[in-house]
Design a protein around this ligand. Structure first.
Ligand code: E4P
Length: 217
């Protein structure tokens, strides 16, 4: 499973990219607003750091306007994935923009039917939102599994990019049900390294090392 980092914070992207675990980046208007930076400027900086796809989201609602914005975003760098919402207009924009050779990430997906339409119009990525479904007491992971089954039934090449990830467990669950990509905030990715028994075991080893006066360098 590929890991994308869901942020527009440059320091986090640099740190995780240096570890070699970042296969791409996703942003959205809320994350850009949180960064306090200009969208074109910060997106260019991200594209210069990361080799993989960097999703940048349109803010228009009409297909023609989304297409114009998408074309402008695509000029930032070769690894831009234009992000469009899963609306009827978004699907029209996806069809045109993928037809022009761009990567397109269709976002705000909350149902298998929406994912089916995105695959039909040739989306590069479909972004089903796990956390926002879980917030409504629905099962976000079940949606990922349903889309996996449907795409595999027909050999659709659209990649399932699991989004709205809120916990480290979401990451391993996504890998179990076969998401192609999972995008998570930096804190969630770091939290994947944590386990209470690791902390407890390390504490005991450190105490014993100190007692025995073990020194290596
Ligand atoms: C990424 O592509 C999505 O925009 C993001 O994962 C949404 O996450 P949220 O539901 O935590 O805002």
């Amino acid at each position: 499973m590929k890991f994308f980092v869901d942020t527009a914070e440059i320091d986090d992207i640099k740190e995780l990219n240096a570890l070699g675990i970042v296969d791409g980046v996703t942003t959205n208007p809320s994350l850009i607003a949180k960064s306090g930076r200009d969208i074109l400027e910060v997106t260019k900086e991200i594209c210069d750091i990361v080799d993989g796809p960097v999703s940048a989201e349109v803010v228009a609602l009409k297909a023609d306007d989304m297409i114009a914005e998408g074309r402008k975003l695509a000029k930032i760098a070769e690894n831009i994935a234009i992000k469009v919402p899963l609306t009827w207009d978004g699907l029209k924009a996806c069809k045109v923009l993928t037809g022009e050779g761009n990567m397109v990430n269709v976002t705000l997906c909350f149902s298998a039917n929406q994912a089916l339409l995105a695959a039909k119009v040739g989306a590069t990525f479909i972004s089903p939102f796990i956390g926002r479904l879980d917030d409504l007491n629905l099962d976000g992971m079940e949606l990922i599994a349903d889309i996996r089954e449907i795409y595999d039934n027909y050999g659709y090449e659209t990649e399932i990019l699991a989004a709205s990830i809120r916990s480290a467990n979401h990451m391993s669950d996504c890998a179990k049900v076969g998401a192609d990509v999972a995008t998570a905030p930096p804190a969630v990715i770091r939290n994947m390294a944590n386990h209470v028994l690791t902390d407890k075991g390390l504490d005991a080893f450190m105490k014993d090392a100190e007692k025995a006066g073990i020194k290596i360098v």
